[in-house]
Design a protein around this ligand. Structure first.
Ligand code: SAM
Length: 449
């Protein structure tokens, strides 16, 4: 086994990573900065044991950290619009390759509104990648709340398969207000899916800090001197106190979750040395919990200062060297980068990059001529082959083709039309949709660089 360059030499963090055996193309304790889709797409397939993540919930507002706190300046947007946030490439890829998923998105969009459709589209392309990076024995815990949990459940069923649904865990807490118009909302929902039928699961005993006793009938309860009850077995509702601002672990990051909550998921669904990933890492609660439990980890967040919080929290929890200079800590203990890793597996992508067809309504009146469609597509995409991204000075090298072949019921309508160079048109023939062609080109090394 070779030691990873940043496998710690301090305290209990001597995780060595054998890159060749594990299929990893990143180091233990990596924090990627940027949009997680870019990094998830760049991570090797089947390389992660557990994903425990807490994405935006579609709350329709922005979150800001407390000024002057450790996380000061942090903010993230949790409002969604179909026009601004949904890339055509996502819609095309989901429609072409995962039609059942698109039905769910469309249904949610119709029932709830465009914002939910946009949020689910955003989540879907990422969840497809998360599924790909999980090992066959891996699992995912997706943290959400009542705003989107039911819609996300249907998305998760479409991506992971309904038969791989394991639990809808309720995280019970007491913080927040009450209402005179409905029952106080005091739980979040955590959707737990495995990737397949064989998966890591370690049944847990749990501590419950309840001020009064419930009449549990199917579990044994032991009370300790602090009034905590240890329950054998594991229920699907967890009463773990939410963070309060005066607790040492609180860094005033908006939406920060308590470490014990993520410890419970990690203990249940991974073993020491396993690889834990949080693509919406925030102030690194999952990563800290993973480190405490001697797991390897990788986190991603779009917030540029996430790295400082991770480091501060690791030092605060005495998980990495307290005596070391900050720069040395970054060099030797935690790896931070905005560059995606290079794939060392076969590079198959669940969610290919596409910059393709515009969905337009057939205009009233006479049908478009080929020339008009050609002009329209040139105007939309420039003089570029949509199959391999090569640009041509002379647009005559681009041919008008169908995305879904006519033989598969594809329409003549402009929304089903694409411009391809000659070689791409021949390679595509009636075999592929555009996303399939682009994947094929990617594998064959034919994409323009
Ligand atoms: C609900 S918070 C996670 C909180 C985290 N569980 C914790 O305890 O700190 C969601 C996080 O997702 C991040 N985020 C949102 N969109 C993202 C994207 N496309 N790529 C990476 N991170 C993203 C936000 O910056 C935010 O930190």
């Amino acid at each position: 086994m070779t030691k990873s360059p940043n496998s710690g030499s301090i305290n209990n963090v001597k995780h060595a990573v054998d890159h060749s055996a594990s299929g990893l193309n990143w180091r233990n304790r990596t924090l990627f900065h940027g949009d997680n889709l870019k990094f998830l797409r760049a991570m090797n397939s089947e390389s992660v044991d557990l994903i425990a993540t807490d994405p935006p919930f579609n709350k329709g507002r922005d979150f800001h950290a407390t000024p002057g706190s450790l996380a000061s300046g942090a903010k993230f947007q949790d409002r969604w619009s179909w026009e601004k946030d949904v890339h055509e490439e996502w819609v095309d890829q989901i429609t072409d390759d995962h039609p059942r998923l698109m039905y769910v998105i469309e249904a949610s969009r119709r029932v709830y509104g465009d914002d939910m459709g946009a949020f689910l589209c955003f989540m879907s392309v990422r969840l497809l990648e998360m599924r790909r990076v999980l090992k066959p024995t891996g699992s995912i815990y997706l943290h959400c709340d009542h705003t989107a949990s039911h819609y996300l459940k249907t998305i998760m069923d479409a991506v992971f398969g309904q038969k791989n649904f394991r639990n809808e865990v309720l995280w019970l807490y007491k913080t927040g207000g009450t209402s005179k118009r409905w029952f106080a909302r005091k739980h979040d929902t955590i959707l737990f899916y495995s990737k397949g039928s064989e998966y890591t699961f370690n049944p847990q005993k749990e501590k419950s800090y309840l001020s009064h006793k419930y009449g549990f009938s199917n579990v044994d309860i032991f009370e300790d001197e602090k009034g905590a009850y240890t329950l054998t077995g594991m229920r699907d509702y967890w009463d773990i106190p939410a963070l309060r601002g005066n607790q040492p672990e609180a860094v005033s990051y908006p939406t920060q979750k308590p470490i014990p909550l993520y410890e419970r998921m990690i203990k249940a669904s991974s073993n020491e040395g396993d690889i834990v990933c949080d693509p919406f890492a925030g102030c690194a609660t999952t990563l800290i919990a993973a480190e405490k439990l001697k797991r390897q980890w990788v986190g991603i967040d779009i917030w540029e200062n996430a790295k400082d919080i991770v480091l501060d929290r690791l030092v605060q929890e005495k998980l990495i060297g307290t005596g070391m200079d900050r720069t040395d800590l970054f060099d030797e203990e935690v790896y931070f980068t905005a560059n995606p890793p290079v794939r060392t597996d076969d590079g198959d992508r669940v969610a290919p990059f596409l910059r393709v067809k515009e969905r337009v309504k057939e205009p009233d009146g006479p049908k478009w001529t080929r020339a008009k469609m050609y002009e329209y597509l040139l105007d939309q995409h420039g003089s570029k082959c949509q199959g391999c991204d090569r640009t041509f000075d002379d647009p005559r090298y681009l041919e008008l083709d169908h995305n879904t072949p006519r033989s598969d019921g594809g329409l003549n309508h402009v929304s089903n039309r694409i411009l391809l160079c000659g070689p791409c048109n021949r390679l595509k023939s009636n075999q592929f949709t555009l996303s399939g062609l682009r994947r094929r080109n990617g594998k064959l090394g034919y994409m323009a660089r």
